[in-house]
Design a protein. Structure first.
Length: 317
């Protein structure tokens, strides 16, 4: 069986011409039959009225980026995408679909990253129906569209284009959760517990988004749905470890700041010793140099201002 989307090649007529024939010809024929006074023509007039009523269901209107999946007594006849006002076989089931792009903001979900830390991650994506045959017949979208849940009970809501698109959106939402878990599990949240040059969820940016888009398109190809764009729009540690991770980040920041302070202090002590030696201000042996270095490092690296101490003795006492 061919499972590709086909272009509808059945009979079609301009809707305005069909409307003229419908209103003028059929109405005139029915009236003429009833005015003739013959029983046989009464039957013909009744048939004209029946045809007049049946033909109303043959009209359809399509706007840009809309489509009609044409089904004739269960057999797929093609997809009608031509815009305008038309009349087709009234016994044809014309299932309307929207081909316009739609946004979906997926609520953050809790997943485990590569290291096992629980993180909250959410995404926003843009999707649209690409293959109308797969969208209508490869997934059970019609059953989902015809029913919804209200107060725990299943109720009928109809088969309008809105309900069908909501069914597709629900399918996309579930598959996006699965793809998001798969991608997030391959990377660490940040590089605090991984290699410095390793790709992480925080630093991945476009590369992570491209992988997410690829995974989504692979999962949604069976439904004839295409992902135009997928982006992570929320990323944070889960509440149960957020406080601990915040303290770790603060500790890392403090250590980095201390490294800069010590590096600067050592540079200043070296400059001071070189200056004293070059200008022959004072002669210091190795022991006194070590004491001076110790005192300068304490002054330069301390969190608080140094308290001056007056030495009333000699250099060695």
């Amino acid at each position: 069986m061919d499972t590709r989307e086909l272009v509808y090649k059945g009979f079609k007529m301009n809707g305005f011409l069909a409307l003229f024939l419908h209103l003028v010809v059929l109405t005139g024929a029915a009236v003429a039959c009833f005015l003739s006074g013959f029983i046989a023509l009464y039957i013909v007039g009744a048939l004209c009225i029946l045809a007049w009523l049946i033909f109303w269901s043959g009209y359809m209107q399509l706007e840009p980026n809309e489509a009609r999946v044409m089904v004739f007594f269960g057999k797929y006849k093609g997809t009608f995408k031509e815009t305008g006002f038309f009349w087709v076989n009234p016994f044809m089931d014309k299932k309307k679909l929207s081909l316009r792009a739609r946004n979906l903001d997926v609520e953050p979900i809790k997943v485990n990253d590569k290291i096992g830390n629980p993180v909250l991650i959410g995404l926003v994506l843009v999707w649209k129906v690409k293959d109308t045959y797969k969208a209508m017949f490869e997934i059970d979208s019609q059953t989902i569209a015809n029913t919804s849940t209200a107060n725990g009970k299943e109720v009928t809501v109809g088969s309008t284009v809105g309900s069908r698109m909501n069914a597709f959106e629900n399918f996309v939402r579930i598959q996006s959760d699965a793809a998001l878990r798969q991608v997030a599990g391959q990377y660490a949240y940040d590089n605090n517990e991984s290699e410095a040059d390793e790709l992480t969820l925080r630093s991945g940016g476009e590369e992570i988004n491209e992988q997410l888009e690829q995974k989504l398109n692979e999962r949604l190809a069976m439904a004839g749905i295409e992902i135009l764009e997928a982006r992570i729009n929320y990323l944070a540690y889960a509440p149960e470890i957020a406080a601990v991770m915040l303290r770790r980040q603060q500790a890392s920041a403090i250590i980095s700041a201390r490294e800069k302070i010590v590096e600067g202090a050592v540079s200043m002590v070296k400059m001071a010793l070189d200056k004293l030696s070059d200008e022959e201000i004072v002669e210091l042996d190795e022991e006194r140099k070590a004491a001076m270095v110790s005192n300068l490092l304490v002054v330069l690296c301390a969190d608080e201002a140094a308290q001056p101490v007056v030495n009333t003795g000699t250099l060695h006492h």
